[in-house]
Design a binder for this molecule. Structure first.
Ligand SMILES: Cc1ncc(COP(=O)(O)O)c(C=O)c1O
Length: 407
């Protein structure tokens, strides 16, 4: 009998094929080993599982709905379009799924403080929420550019009692926020936990975050079957670090006839004219390389260092990607597509105007790709992971694109 994919990967050293691992100094390796052992212990523990289930139901509001987007489907006149509504998860995005789990792990390990980076601010808000829930200290590192762009989330983090540390070096976005947060964690790894915001970083983070996000796909699979009597033909999800994508893909990896499509940000580029520095499509245009303690596919500059990147979505402008996505695309189990800023903003307004749902700019990438392929796929069903809601983005959108009339 075939061993289910999720039982095979990662291996004990945190590898998905040649991707993953833990490329960090020995002193930190010890901390990572402790985190891994603690996680493996509680992941099997009935009390931990019961507490997490209760949190998901009573605090997060799970399961989130699965929604048939009838107006979009009618307009695009092809494949049926369905949305997994992670925008309705408490705090407005999928990020709380792993934050509550990471905080529960931190509590079990006797940690007092949670530290993390954030791009769009959704992971920061989710972690600040988890810290408030468990009565822990919280420190969030965020690039100055993202602070300006995603200001509503900065306010939310502060209201929730978190300390927000502005990051003013380098590109002042997500990559530098990770550098800064990791530095802060190294000051006191005994009392703090670096609760990373995606399936990136050294082993065991890609495994832990993946496992906590799998609930998205598990729910979606049952809901889709109950609603339609079958499973989707295609699933799309945006890919920054890759946590929402693996969350929904995870439950379908062994259903090999289902197309799993990760959508990367092409930024200001066009597909026939891709300019380095103007996009963050790591899997599409990157090569093998190590950064932030893991081996994956990354965008490099001429010296082999992480390239500068751009996306209209702060949560997607990262020059690498979770090692599991590097592996899944290398074996052909996932396909990778790209959507640029312009197509993203168009999809943002389409969903807002046609269905009454304002999506996060990140999630709008996954939707935009679904809208692109839907007209030629009559009779098929596309499931889109709507990873978050766009309340955080409205000021930025109106300032830069007005009310979408000229798009
Ligand atoms: C709503 C939303 N979707 C997606 C992402 C991208 O992260 P990931 O690729 O880990 O899902 C973010 C990151 O901030 C986000 O806020």
């Amino acid at each position: 009998m075939k061993i289910p994919y999720l039982k095979q990967f990662p291996n004990n050293e945190g590898y998905f094929g040649k991707f993953g691992g833990a490329f960090i100094p020995d002193a930190i390796l010890k901390q990572m080993k402790e985190i891994n052992e603690a996680y493996d212990l509680i992941a099997q523990n009935a009390d931990f599982i019961a507490e997490l289930r209760k949190i998901r139901r009573d605090f997060q509001g799970r399961p989130t709905p699965l929604y048939f987007a009838k107006n979009l489907t009618q307009k695009y006149n092809g494949a049926g379009i369905y949305l997994k509504r992670e925008d309705l998860n408490h705090t407005g995005a999928h990020k709380l799924n792993h934050c509550m789990g990471e905080a529960l792990l931190a509590k079990f390990m006797g940690k007092k403080k949670l530290i993390a980076e954030t791009g769009a601010g959704q992971h920061g808000v989710a972690l600040a929420t988890a810290a408030a829930y468990f009565g822990m200290e919280c420190e969030i590192h965020m690039g100055e550019i993202d602070i300006e762009k995603e200001y509503p989330n900065v306010t939310r983090m502060k209201i929730l009692g978190a300390k927000v540390v502005p990051v003013s070096f380098g590109g002042r976005t997500l990559k530098e926020a990770v550098d800064s947060a990791f530095e802060a964690y190294l000051q006191d790894p005994i009392n703090s936990l670096y609760a990373i915001g995606s399936i990136v970083g050294p082993h065991p983070f890609p495994k832990i975050v993946r496992d906590f996000q799998l609930i998205v796909g598990i729910e979606a699979k049952e809901q889709f079957y109950n609603l339609t009597g079958e499973l989707p033909d295609i699933i799309t999800a945006c890919v920054g670090g890759g946590s929402n994508a693996i969350g929904i893909f995870g439950a379908f990896i062994d259903d090999e006839y289902i197309d799993l499509i990760g959508v990367e940000p092409l930024g200001k580029s066009e597909s026939n004219n891709v300019i380095q520095g103007s996009h963050a499509a790591s899997l599409s245009y990157g090569s093998e390389g190590i950064m932030h303690g893991f081996n994956s596919i990354m965008l490099k500059d001429e010296n082999g260092n992480p390239a500068s990147v751009h996306s209209v979505a702060s949560g997607l402008d990262y020059p690498s990607v979770g090692p599991e996505h590097a592996y899944l695309s290398s074996i052909g189990r996932t396909k990778i597509a790209t959507i640029n800023d312009k197509e993203t903003i168009k999809a943002f307004f389409e969903l807002s105007r046609l269905e009454g749902i304002i999506p996060a700019i990140e999630s709008s990438h996954a939707l935009a790709y679904a809208l692109k392929i839907a007209p030629s796929l009559k009779g098929k069903k596309i499931l889109v992971n709507l990873s978050g809601r766009g309340d955080k983005d409205i000021d930025f959108i109106v300032k830069n694109y007005g009310y979408g009339d000229s798009i």
